[in-house]
Design a binder for this molecule. Structure first.
Ligand code: ZN
Length: 407
């Protein structure tokens, strides 16, 4: 915590004395109280909001609604429709929060976050603890309630800035990121289409480094129907669904190594029953990871053909699923962003973060599109730095030279 104080003091002094570079004068009051931030974050973390614990997500949404309303904005609450699981069952999720401010301003920013965690109803998780070394540890602090707090406080600063009239923003907080953003996927994409810049407030890795690239993924469920027959009396009349499924599983596994950047994992299979009956039903579930959109497109075409190719002669094949999370590629745009990010950190006396080509920045549905726009459209006007390592996700936004904003 002391180190954090030191870093924040540095940040505040630089802001106060105008060393933050062009545009710093627009942020007049960048003083953040670490104690107040830690207290708020502890309170948020103690509200259990596991994705499936929808009443917990609702309770956290109530608290966030109030917190964002302190910016004197209108917080809208929407209820996404249930989505169909791979089994075809409807799955309900919590609410979605949206704040839109100045939608007609020349620059539009999307700030994306999720309210759910992986900690269920909280019965198995430990309460939030502030460790002597300054780390705040608790359920969902890093992923990503800390990020939501950073988002809120950054917006509070922005709203005090004289540049705000040129900046419109939309906050979208989703309830189901940890299970794949199935119910909020369409809302994220629609919001991304309206924005020039997208910011996802997931935390960095523990050592402060950021994810430059990560694989996308998809899941598929394949069901095979055959024809049952008694093995002793009518074996030839039977059509063995388990055998057909075994061939499908082997064919999917054989795809490993055939694509430069894709992994195929037959993760689960079931089927059959009594051993003296030719089985008429088998199901398998596959996870597929892809490193590029090009491979994703190729597989979207190829996989259905592969599955359906095993149908015929009394065997029926049905499949569901698809790619729900596109890959984030290490493009030249990403590398340029890395450079700018490092420059911003160094100018604040913070170490430049490293980059890793693995791990998750799971809300990256709009990553490619928006990072591209970030660099192409807005040159160098917003930089993000992370005042780590003490308070996870404690990130602040800094407004610097802004050709778009001043022109
Ligand atoms: Zn997350």
């Amino acid at each position: 915590m002391r180190e954090m104080h030191k870093r924040l003091a540095t940040l505040n002094d630089r802001g106060k004395y105008g060393f933050m570079g062009n545009g710093s004068e627009h942020i007049q009051d960048a003083r953040l109280s670490v104690e107040a931030l830690a207290a708020t974050l502890s309170h948020w973390a103690d509200i259990a909001s596991g994705t499936d614990y929808t009443q917990g997500v609702e309770a956290f949404a109530d608290v966030l609604e109030q917190a964002f309303a302190s910016l004197e904005v209108t917080v809208e609450r929407e209820q996404p429709a249930p989505y169909a699981s791979l089994e075809g069952d409807p799955v309900a999720v919590g609410p979605l929060l949206r704040v839109r401010v100045r939608p007609d301003a020349p620059v539009q920013i999307l700030l994306l976050g999720h309210m759910d965690t992986v900690y269920g109803d909280g019965r198995k998780s430990k309460p939030c603890v502030l460790h002597p070394d300054g780390r705040l540890v608790g359920p969902g602090v890093a992923d990503m309630k800390g990020g939501l707090l950073v988002m809120l406080e950054s917006l509070r600063l922005l709203e005090k800035s004289s540049l705000r009239q040129r900046i419109g923003w939309q906050v979208l907080l989703t309830p189901d990121e940890e299970t794949g953003s199935h119910a909020s996927h369409a809302a994220i994409l629609a919001a991304a289409r309206e924005a020039h810049v997208g910011m996802v407030f997931e935390s960095s890795l523990a050592d402060g480094s950021l994810i430059r690239k990560r694989m996308g993924n998809g899941t598929f469920r394949v069901h095979v129907r055959g024809r049952a027959a008694h093995t002793g009396r009518d074996f030839a009349k039977g059509r063995n669904a388990v055998t057909a499924m075994a061939r499908i599983v082997a064919a999917v596994d054989d795809l490993n190594g055939k694509f430069e950047d894709a992994l195929f994992n037959p993760g689960r299979a079931s089927g059959g029953g009594a051993l003296n009956v030719v089985p008429d039903s088998a199901t398998a579930w596959f996870s597929v990871r892809i490193g590029s959109v090009a491979v994703q497109r190729e597989l979207e075409f190829l996989l259905p053909k592969l599955f359906e190719g095993f149908a015929g002669d009394g065997i029926e094949v049905e499949w569901r699923g698809g790619f729900t999370r596109p890959p984030a590629e290490a493009s030249s745009a990403n590398q340029a962003l890395h450079q700018k990010f490092g420059d911003a950190c160094r100018s604040l006396g913070l170490p430049a973060p490293g980059w890793r080509d693995t791990g998750g920045s799971p809300t990256a549905i709009c990553w490619q599109r928006l990072v591209y726009h970030f660099l192409m459209a807005s040159a160098s006007w917003v930089e993000i730095y992370t005042a780590r390592p003490n308070l996870p996700s404690l990130t602040a936004c800094r407004i610097v030279s802004a050709p778009m904003l001043y022109s």
